[in-house]
Ligand binder design. Structure first.
Ligand SMILES: C[S@@+](CC[C@H](N)C(=O)[O-])C[C@H]1O[C@@H](n2cnc3c(N)ncnc32)[C@H](O)[C@@H]1O
Length: 241
């Protein structure tokens, strides 16, 4: 049997459908709280959204970034979350009810196959949604970001990355490739789905290539590193009209 294409949207959807029940707990625990800090920093990269701003949360998962966004921008107009996984979508709905967040809409779809309207957003944010795409898909995502942003609109992406050159890189990779899969095997009775997230992260490298694609799509893009490169991100804007 041939190896599965781990970047096939249907394959990725199934991984996250299976992870969805334990996603929040696993991601917070196994990143030692860093994912929460990086979501907040991603929100800060958006910088100064105007009151009433409307935009997208791509690869939204169960809406982990929404509390950060709503805290930083209490006057936000609307967040439209897009995610391919019905498991994540279901949990996002539970979270919506808990937060009574009338400002949030959810689209269950492959973001790269979606037909989001041109110039429909003041912002695009995405936390930890880059790693499950191959380079050709990153290019489509960069073009989609440029397509949906209004002139002057802002974007921010962040992703767990390979901290090349950091003297403790070996420890970080050991944590991702050995410790997390072991915890998963024990806690989740042999499952290997979160271990896949480790595989995606180490293959991803960092967000510098994606930053160049966003520039090629006509956006101004600023590449950023967080905590010795264990996460990297990119933020910027579309030229005002
Ligand atoms: C690692 S989770 C990140 C979730 C959340 N943004 C966070 O901060 O934790 C990646 C999410 O991307 C979604 N995803 C992967 N490929 C997608 C695609 N082609 N279209 C839409 N969502 C996708 C997955 O279903 C999953 O919920």
């Amino acid at each position: 049997m041939s190896a599965p294409d781990i970047y096939d949207p249907a394959y990725v959807r199934d991984v996250f459908d299976r992870c969805s029940g334990k996603y929040i707990a696993f991601s917070t625990l196994c990143s030692l709280g860093f994912t929460e800090r990086w979501r907040r920093q991603c929100t800060e990269m958006l910088a100064d959204l105007p009151p009433g701003a409307r935009g997208y949360d791509f690869m939204a998962g169960t809406g982990e970034v929404w509390p950060h966004l709503l805290r930083a921008y209490p006057d936000l107009g609307e967040i439209t979350a897009v995610d391919i996984s019905s498991g994540m979508h279901r949990r996002a709905m539970e979270r919506l009810h808990a937060m009574r967040a009338h400002k949030i809409a959810f689209i269950e779809d492959d973001v790269l196959a979606s037909e989001l309207p041109e110039a429909s957003a003041d912002f695009v944010i995405s936390t930890f949604g880059l790693k499950t795409f191959a380079p050709a898909q990153h290019e489509r995502l960069a073009n989609l970001t440029a397509h949906v942003l209004r002139p002057g609109g802002r974007f921010a992406f962040i992703e767990a990355s390979d901290p090349r050159g950091w003297w403790l890189r070996w420890l970080y990779l050991f944590h991702l490739k050995a410790v997390l899969p072991a915890i998963e095997r024990i806690m989740l009775r042999g499952a290997q789905d979160f271990a896949m997230i480790g595989t995606y992260s180490t293959r991803f490298g960092n967000a510098s290539g994606f930053a160049l694609m966003l520039e090629d799509a006509g956006l101004s893009a600023d590449y950023r590193r967080f905590f010795f490169g264990c996460a990297t991100g990119v933020c910027g804007h579309k030229q005002p009209a």
